[in-house]
Design a binder for this molecule. Structure first.
Ligand SMILES: Nc1nc2c(ncn2[C@@H]2O[C@H](COP(=O)(O)OP(=O)(O)O)[C@@H](O)[C@H]2O)c(=O)[nH]1
Ligand SMILES: [Mg+2]
Length: 258
């Protein structure tokens, strides 16, 4: 009990001392001190925000579309043909190979290659919330037989809560354009839009209990087009095999700022 009293006395004494001191300090100095305190907090906050800005790019798409080849092309400038399997997600943080000769500050990019196996798709939910951009790789050579599956996968991506709410930009990367028989990106975009249009009709007909998509796509009563998405969806060409990936590098740089 006595100790408590002593504590109280000491505390009130300290308060008095502080009060007297504050009264002695000219108000201008007080304002200046307060301004400095506010300013430094803002600076710290800004640095914190900058540091938490994501540099993650998620590379995904059906199996066989060329994700692994593109991953190594981005990192090493070569394909590492035949030395890798597609069963595990490849993940690394690095300076893009195409930028290694550039001068100045270059921000490393965190690239995750998430395979299209349905058993690995839960991995996506782990990486998507922190993604600065999504690259959806499509096999432009063997496109038609895979169009439906690719569209279904894309539909699932573009209706995921984490993707829609954060408006994560998505690039449809038409790969294998080194072959003359590859379909054009315009054709691929149109075909996927048509396929999503069909999916939209069938999926909205499913009873509510079966619907797992958190958002719906498109505008009711209008044919589906990617321009209706809240996410920006763009298309680009690439050939992972020959290293033609400049459009992909541009997309990455546009969304992972140095
Ligand atoms: N012609 C051609 N073949 C490619 C290209 N990119 C990948 N491939 C081939 O497509 C197959 C699948 O590639 P991979 O990177 O393992 O696909 P993933 O399953 O999406 O990781 C391999 O046989 C590659 O050699 C490309 O740009 N052009
Ligand atoms: Mg792979």
């Amino acid at each position: 009990m006595q100790e408590l009293e002593q504590w109280k006395e000491q505390a009130s004494h300290l308060l008095n001392v502080a009060n007297d001191y504050l009264r002695e300090v000219p108000p201008n100095q007080l304002y200046a001190a307060a301004a400095i305190a506010v300013f430094t907090t803002l600076l710290l906050l800004l640095r914190f925000l900058k540091r938490t800005k994501s540099n993650t790019i998620v590379l995904t798409g059906l199996s066989g579309s060329g994700k692994t080849v593109i991953f190594y092309q981005l990192r090493d400038g070569s394909t590492h043909q035949g030395t890798v399997t597609s069963m595990e997600p490849n993940e690394d943080t690095f300076v893009l190979h195409g930028e290694t000769t550039k001068k100045g500050k270059i921000k490393p990019v965190h690239i995750v290659d998430v395979p299209g196996h349905s058993r690995l798709r839960p991995k996506l939910d782990e990486y998507l919330p922190q993604a600065a951009g999504i690259v959806f790789v499509v096999d432009a050579l063997d496109f038609l037989p895979n169009c439906r599956a690719a569209s279904e996968y894309l539909y699932d991506l573009l209706t995921k809560g984490s993707v829609v709410r954060k408006k994560i930009p998505l690039l449809i990367l038409c790969n294998k354009t080194d072959k003359v028989t590859a379909h054009t990106k315009e054709f691929i975009r149109k075909q996927i839009e048509k396929e999503i249009e069909k999916l939209r009709a069938s999926r909205s007909a499913v009873s509510d209990a079966d619907v797992t998509n958190e958002f719906t796509l498109g505008v009711p009563g209008e044919p589906f087009s990617f321009t209706q998405c809240s996410n920006t969806v763009t298309t680009a060409d690439a050939s992972g095999l020959t290293g033609e990936i400049s459009q992909l590098e541009e997309f990455i740089r546009a969304h992972v700022k140095p």
